[in-house]
Design a protein around this ligand. Sequence first.
Ligand code: AMP
Ligand code: MG
Length: 276
Amino acid sequence: MWRYYHAAMDTDLYRVKPGAKQIDLGEWATNDNGGLDRAEAEAEFATLTARLADLQERMYAEGKRSVLVVLQAMDGAGKDSTIKSVFGPLNPQGLSLTSFKAPCGHELAHDFLWRVHAHAPARGYLGLFNRSHYEDVLVVRVRGLVPESRWKKRYAHIVNFEELLVDEGTTIVKCYLHVSRDYQRERLQKRLDDPAKHWKFESNDLKERALWKDYREAFEVAVAKTSTKTAPWYIVPSEKRWFRNWLVAKIMVDTMEAMDIKLPEPDFDPKSIVIT
Ligand code: AMP
Ligand code: MG
């Protein structure tokens, strides 16, 4: 029924294998095209998102399991546009999107996973995290927002938390949108040049950019320590946006097809019912 030209392409190439202490992001391409042709990939992208929408609807109908997608990246790498492009074509009714900002008063009064757990997708839903509990080992680590003795233990807490979600019926996919520092400059500059994008520019972005090396190291550690068999990280080369969209859509379709979601059997015989 569903045929993809590049069905054979192995998204596993972009998955971080469990067990490393730290990865070197310098070894991962930021502007890869996966050997794909842009026009073909764009055409296939439409098929992939249609298939994803179908899988999402089935999962909603099944009502037993959920999917959680975690998106993390440096500023300007394209989290917002990935959400719009890849998940925009889905039925909003079966989606739950959470954009995590800096925690406020009552959130800070709890452990770092408290607010995150509350937004984990319910059965039947595809949950999208735009930033996530990973900020608690990224910005928190880089900016020293809590003592090292506390954030150091969070990697293990995160792995255990995600294992809990998986054991209770959630499939987890984590994508790090990978771009270079030069690419970030271009994207931030665009926010200054285009009046329609001014609202996106925050002077804080430049302060974070100045800490690029620290963030990168924090990502390298976080991704390595938390890429597990059941909650893998994918490093998505994100400078070619058509490839980024294609790859995220392909990872999603592959992941959800492997779930073998079945429409529930009706508990009635439709032929025996006459609507008058
Ligand atoms: P944006 O995604 O551009 O709307 O920015 C959201 C901001 O919230 C970023 O600067 C994040 O680093 C920050 N943020 C998100 N989660 C946390 C957290 N757990 N602790 C501190 N800052 C956070
Ligand atoms: Mg921002």
